[in-house]
Ligand binder design. Structure first.
Ligand code: HEM
Length: 465
């Protein structure tokens, strides 16, 4: 960049910072929404809408046209064969045209691991999903070091081992309460009554969000992460902006309320917002509202869909493998290993996206600077080069802990221990109460190329006699 450019860049960034700091965040969200609507009016921005059609078999699609970003791939159960074909025939695969533009797919375990560990050549900025979010919110999962490291450091205390230990009893009592209120005389929706409920309670605790309003967190998370433009979901742009606006208003007020309490000399809590307020790197984040909003959204979305779908996925996996359920009942000490196997088997987030920072060769392919590269964890976790019989669910699998569902490198999931702890407690408490957990009928799946999850799963419980 020449001097003139860099002066202009600095001036632009200063103006942006000033605007960010002085215009209330909900107004900034509304302004971005208006801009998108205006673009729509002049025909510059047609919102994406995905209509489900039966997908052809993997063997019938020309290799160069295989599109694993199709948001119905998981729902239609075609993903095994599509990814197997890519792993075997084109492990670093280029798709020139998709609703999200061109992108590379990396599908073998070892290749994914190597890219995830190489933040210099593969940047997480500006985003980690395949499409574009129509609002420039900044979150540290989509930043590179050193800024990433500072922001992560500021909030990771909330899930530090000491804090988790203190939270364990509370989480257990909340899970027990949810399970004790489940019907045993009729089927019910496991997703709504258990997975969403437990995850919502945990998030409200982490954020010190009003407990009785916790379903709002679920609604915002689902709506924001389900935007069609980003992940092929079913959220329309207008709903996305409205949910983001509501979230912004709510958390700005939570921030100011907490700041006032701190100023009055109240003991600081150990929740996420207080941590941000008391850390040097983030105490002024409120003056950068889109960054504040981004990092809260990250925590809410990161901790929501993922744990929730592991809670539902585990039930489905054990239902489909009754021999494993018997094995579990005979030896409950296998629960921690089973939790890893559930997370491997489910792979709640199908991929993370990177962008090549320079022209480079990888896996025999030439990747250009600026190209999008998707690391498909869902495929790596089923790579027969890494796991024996990878499609089988084996609760005492020896290398289950080597799954890649939490990623690797600087962005490795910050909440992994919390997620594992919740799942461990859930299964400990379930075994105390229920002898059989049957899935009744076919579960309903989320429409997305990113979130691998369930929107409904009817379950029938048989109590321990
Ligand atoms: C990052 C998966 C639970 C918060 C990530 C990444 C993945 C992931 C794949 C990105 C890794 C990479 O790019 O290499 C999961 C799964 C979970 C889970 C499968 C549950 C089974 C949670 C929970 C929280 C959370 C409960 C919140 C408390 C985060 C955050 C990041 C992250 C903040 C960003 C880390 C960074 O960029 O440094 N997670 N996650 N996750 N996760 Fe999780």
């Amino acid at each position: 960049m020449d001097t003139k450019d860099s002066v202009l860049e600095r001036a632009k960034s200063k103006v942006q910072t000033t605007i960010q700091g002085s215009v209330p965040v909900e107004k900034q969200v509304q302004a971005a929404h208006l801009l998108e609507k205006a673009k729509r009016l002049v025909g510059r921005n047609e919102p994406l809408v995905f209509t489900e059609q039966a997908l052809p078999d993997a063997a019938d699609v020309p290799l160069t046209e295989i599109d694993v970003s199709n948001p119905f791939l998981f729902r239609q159960g075609k993903w095994h064969s599509y990814f197997k074909r890519l792993r075997d025939e084109a492990p670093v695969h280029y798709l020139a045209d998709s609703p999200f533009g061109p992108f590379w797919s990396v599908t073998r375990y070892a290749d994914i691991r190597s890219i995830d560990n190489n933040a210099d050549d593969f940047s997480a900025s500006p985003d980690i999903i395949v499409g574009d979010v129509p609002l420039d919110i900044e979150m540290f999962i989509a930043m590179d070091p050193p800024k990433h490291d500072q922001q992560r450091k500021a909030v990771q205390g909330v899930v530090a081992p000491k804090n988790l230990k203190e939270m364990e009893a509370l989480i257990r009592s909340r899970i027990a309460e949810v399970l004790d209120n489940l019907p045993t005389d009729r089927p019910f929706d496991w997703v709504d009554r258990v997975s969403i409920e437990i995850t919502g309670r945990m998030l409200a605790t982490l954020l010190d969000f009003p407990y009785e309003e916790r379903r709002k967190l679920t609604y915002w998370s689902d709506t924001i992460s389900g935007i069609a433009e980003a992940t092929g979901g079913s959220t329309h742009q207008d709903e996305f902006f409205e949910a983001t606006r509501q979230l912004a208003v709510s958390f700005m007020s939570l921030w100011h309320d907490k700041a006032a309490r701190l100023e009055r000399g109240e003991e600081p809590g150990f929740d996420l917002i207080t941590l941000m307020q008391t850390s040097e790197d983030t105490k002024d984040i409120i003056k950068r509202p889109l960054e504040f909003l981004g990092n809260l959204t990250l925590l809410i979305v990161g901790g929501n869909d993922t744990t929730r779908n592991s809670m539902s996925g585990g039930v489905l996996a054990l239902h489909q493998n009754p021999d494993q359920f018997e094995k579990l009942k005979a030896n409950p000490s296998v629960i921690p290993n089973m939790v890893s196997e559930i997370i491997r088997w489910q792979t709640p987030l199908a991929y993370m996206r990177r962008v090549a920072t320079r022209d480079l060769h990888f896996g025999g392919q030439f990747i250009r600077k600026g190209d999008k590269v998707l690391m498909w964890y869902a495929s790596g976790n089923r790579d027969e080069r890494q796991f024996d019989n990878p499609d089988e669910f084996i609760i005492d699998r020896a290398n289950a802990r080597n799954h890649m569902s939490f990623g690797f490198g600087v962005h490795r999931c910050m909440g992994n221990r919390l997620a594992e702890m919740q799942l461990r407690i859930l299964w400990e408490e379930l075994l105390e109460r229920f002898d059989r957990i049957e899935v009744v009928g076919e579960p309903e799946y989320v429409q997305s190329n990113f979130v691998r999850g369930y929107s409904k799963m009817m379950v029938k419980l048989t109590p321990v006699s």
